[in-house]
Ligand binder design. Structure first.
Ligand SMILES: Cc1cc2nc3c(=O)[nH]c(=O)nc-3n(C[C@H](O)[C@H](O)[C@H](O)COP(=O)(O)OP(=O)(O)OC[C@H]3O[C@@H](n4cnc5c(N)ncnc54)[C@H](O)[C@@H]3O)c2cc1C
Length: 173
């Protein structure tokens, strides 16, 4: 397998084409990753949720990371990682237009609100459903693309044989 970098434009193109990502946030040195649906628009990742752990964590630490991928197999995939900043779109008149825009973009997909607005029972109690529209400002984006590559070169390094790198790694030498 051969892995190449994908430029910003192609990374953004993948981000625009996909809908399901993984959103990572962190608090007190503890990372937290959840699947989420999003839309890409003009340098931002847009999404909808309800107040819960991830929203509370992103409010306290807006530095987030988003990962998306298109996987055809272990030798054929494209993956994009975004480093960004969480921004909430509050229920206030000055944000009304932006919220409407996010709503209309998300609305292109059926049941856009359902995963974020689902009734969740935790520890036997339903948690309150407080809707939150948010966006992630993309500060940095990287993309990697894997393809089968040069077979002869790949065979040399990929097959873990006795005496090879895998054995040395197992023995810790
Ligand atoms: C395909 C898919 C798409 C989704 N799209 C969205 C979306 O667009 N917007 C959205 O808000 N949510 C979406 N969800 C649900 C999301 O992944 C979270 O489960 C949900 O938002 C609750 O997160 P929370 O941090 O508010 O958790 P809370 O309700 O505060 O939960 C607290 C605890 O529950 C555990 N927990 C939370 N979620 C999960 C989980 N998915 N799996 C295992 N344990 C969990 C965590 O350990 C956490 O400590 C989607 C899920 C899937 C599978």
């Amino acid at each position: 397998v051969q892995i190449e970098e994908v430029g910003r434009q192609a990374s953004i193109e993948l981000l625009s084409r996909l809908r399901l990502g993984r959103l990572a946030c962190a608090r007190d040195n503890q990372p937290y990753v959840t699947p989420f649906y999003y839309c890409y628009n003009d340098g931002y990742i847009l999404s909808f949720s309800t107040v819960g752990q991830k929203i509370e964590w992103m409010r306290s630490n807006p530095r987030v990371c988003v990962q998306v991928d298109e996987i055809k197999g272990p030798q054929q995939w494209t993956c994009v990682i975004v480093f960004g900043r969480y921004e909430e779109l509050p229920h206030s008149p000055e944000w009304h237009q932006m919220r409407e825009m996010v709503h209309s973009l998300l609305e292109q997909y059926g049941n856009w609100w359902e995963p974020g607005f689902a009734q969740t029972i935790i520890g036997g109690a339903a948690r309150p459903l407080v809707p939150v529209f948010f966006r992630i400002f993309i500060e940095q984006v990287t993309g990697h693309k894997a393809s089968p590559g040069n077979d002869a070169a790949a065979a040399k390094i990929s097959a873990p044989k006795s005496g090879g790198w895998w054995q040395r790694l197992r023995k810790g030498s």
